[in-house]
Design a protein around this ligand. Sequence first.
Ligand code: ADE
Length: 238
Amino acid sequence: MRLDVVSIFPAYLEPLRLSLVGKGIEAGIIELRVHDLRDWTSDRHRTVDDTPYGGGPGMVMKPEPWGAALDDIRSSDPGKRPALVIPTPSGSVFTQRTAESWSSDTWLIFACGRYEGIDARVAAHYGERPDWSGVREVSIGDFVLAGGEAAVLVMVEALARLQPGILGNEESALDDSFSGEQMGDLVEGPVFTKPPVWRDRAVPEVLLSGHHGRIAQWRQEQARARTAANRPDLGEVT
Ligand code: ADE
């Protein structure tokens, strides 16, 4: 899976070289390229923003550097059609379902907006380009970040751990919170490891029983209880 990220703060994406995503890169499962949007400006001040038409506070990212950057990056592989991902609080919500459906894509290009966002003609233009496979405007939650970079860190990590060969234990993804078939819309219950007693707290007896059926049933009950307590919005709790 190839991932390109365009940002005015390329250093913000450095953590992707660590840990799980970093391992995926080293293993050749993920190809990550980070780009500085200002490399595609043409004025002395390397300007990427301007005042909004219609007035109002803040600045809007100019379309020209974005068009130049995205065309250039796209031209590096004429044989594939990338999807353009634009993180924005006004997008549809990125969930585990979204991560699952994107995990088999071969090429995603993330455009990190700052300020009040990117001139809307950029999304409109790439949405109509036959050599691109669409534009996806997504939010990682109902809060406002200073830019798309932190959202890209989140989304790339969620995608990376779904790539075959990355987790090590492929099964461990199946019982994660929200993980589709196995968990439905439930969050995961509590987990325990050794020692069996810590500060007078014992590990629940059933987990030591070796009885797989009873353990599975107990975990299901715990997941339901936690979902009801912490995430009543997820429904499906009976
Ligand atoms: N940019 C600013 N806020 C954001 C959010 N909640 N999700 C994705 N991108 C954003």
